[in-house]
Design a protein around this ligand. Structure first.
Ligand code: HPA
Ligand code: ZN
Length: 337
């Protein structure tokens, strides 16, 4: 159930913000990975945390996903998932996060024999405590792995039915090219029928046509990444006209070589074009920073001024799946900061 409207808090630290593009499995820091490996008797193919960190050099999305899925082997029990989410929320608090909409990848766990109820139960335990412990409201977004079959996505949705009261939206992630949104038409229709919101990764490595499909075939409420929309003028016009939110992840884009340097990131021109863009961390344990680190990095690399950073913070709440009263509270916090 949505919680009662939070009271505004005065934050002297980072700008208040919502994080809308965050894979909980991508918050697994090497220290926790080794602790969980020890606890669960899982052998990691790295001798030390430093050796593991040294493997964080990626040439594209797939090279990252290989390590991302391999490290998930350490996540086995409800406690593991609760600890992972709690560690993220503690860091998010330090980064000025007031509201977090968190992706998880059930198929990456059920394929290893971890029941979906264990995953959702553990994550929910941490999320349910977050408002009291950290002053952060939360939502859970269940993602389908697009490089798995459409049938597997439907089976996953059906397995999650008993837990849909804990889930706000469905999403689509993993290897993009060759797996267009249209492949998942059926499961998105089921999700919409069940009253869930819909988001999808599109236009990170995939072409603008994938963004069109996410809009027209999946009926999404937000696009995750979406930077390749810039190759299609008519698409940009559509996204601007609809004020369709795009959840950008600048440090991720550099680490996965979508752009060579942060200085090359199109965020400023996207803001200028009137797109409703937000800044997020994606997989912060792997990409060199949490969400406020992304804000600081784009400020420094792209010369964004305070007004632009404030617009990004306001956009994050505009794009969030919040009731209007809570949204207003958070927007006032940005204005008062
Ligand atoms: N893109 C697609 N799938 C993902 C990502 C990403 O950046 N992170 C985790 N799964
Ligand atoms: Zn992502």
């Amino acid at each position: 159930m949505p919680s009662p409207t939070p009271t505004p808090i005065a934050t002297p630290g980072p700008l208040p913000k919502a994080e809308l593009h965050l894979h909980i499995e991508g918050t697994l820091e090497p220290e926790l990975a080794f602790a969980l490996a020890g606890r669960n008797g899982v052998e990691l193919p790295y001798a030390s945390e430093d050796e593991l960190r040294a493997a964080y050099s990626f040439s594209d999305l797939q090279s990252f996903l290989n390590l991302y899925y391999a490290l998930m082997a350490v996540l086995r029990t409800q406690d593991d998932f609760a600890e992972l989410a709690d560690a993220y929320l503690a860091r998010a608090r330090q980064q000025g996060v007031r509201h977090a909409e968190i992706f998880f990848d059930p198929q990456a766990h059920t394929a290893r024999g971890v029941p979906i109820g264990t995953v959702i139960g553990g994550l929910s335990r941490a999320l349910d405590a977050a408002e009291e412990t950290y002053g952060i409201t939360t939502r859970l977004i269940m993602c389908f792995l697009r490089d798995e079959s459409a049938e597997s996505a439907v089976e996953t949705f059906e397995a999650a039915r008993p837990y849909l009261d804990r889930i706000t939206a469905v999403g689509l992630d993993s290897a993009e090219v060759g797996h267009p949104p249209s492949k998942f038409r059926e499961v998105y229709a089921l999700a919409r029928e069940a009253g869930l919101k819909c988001v999808a990764h599109a236009g990170e490595e995939g072409p603008p046509s994938y963004v069109w499909e996410a809009l027209d075939i999946l009926g999404v409420d937000r696009i995750d990444h979406g930077v390749r929309c810039l190759e299609d003028e008519a698409l940009v016009a559509r996204l601007v006209a609809e004020q369709m939110p795009l959840t950008l992840c600048p440090l991720s884009n550099v680490r996965l070589r979508v752009y060579d340097r942060l200085q090359d990131h199109p965020l400023p021109s996207m803001l200028d074009a009137g797109l409703l863009v937000t800044v997020n961390s994606d997989d912060p344990a792997y990409f060199g920073g949490y969400v406020d680190d992304n804000f600081t990095a784009v400020r420094d690399a792209l010369g964004l001024d305070d007004a632009a950073l404030r617009t990004l913070a306001r956009n994050s709440f505009r794009a969030a799946f919040l009731d209007e009263a809570t949204r207003e509270v958070y927007l006032k916090e940005v204005d008062a900061h």
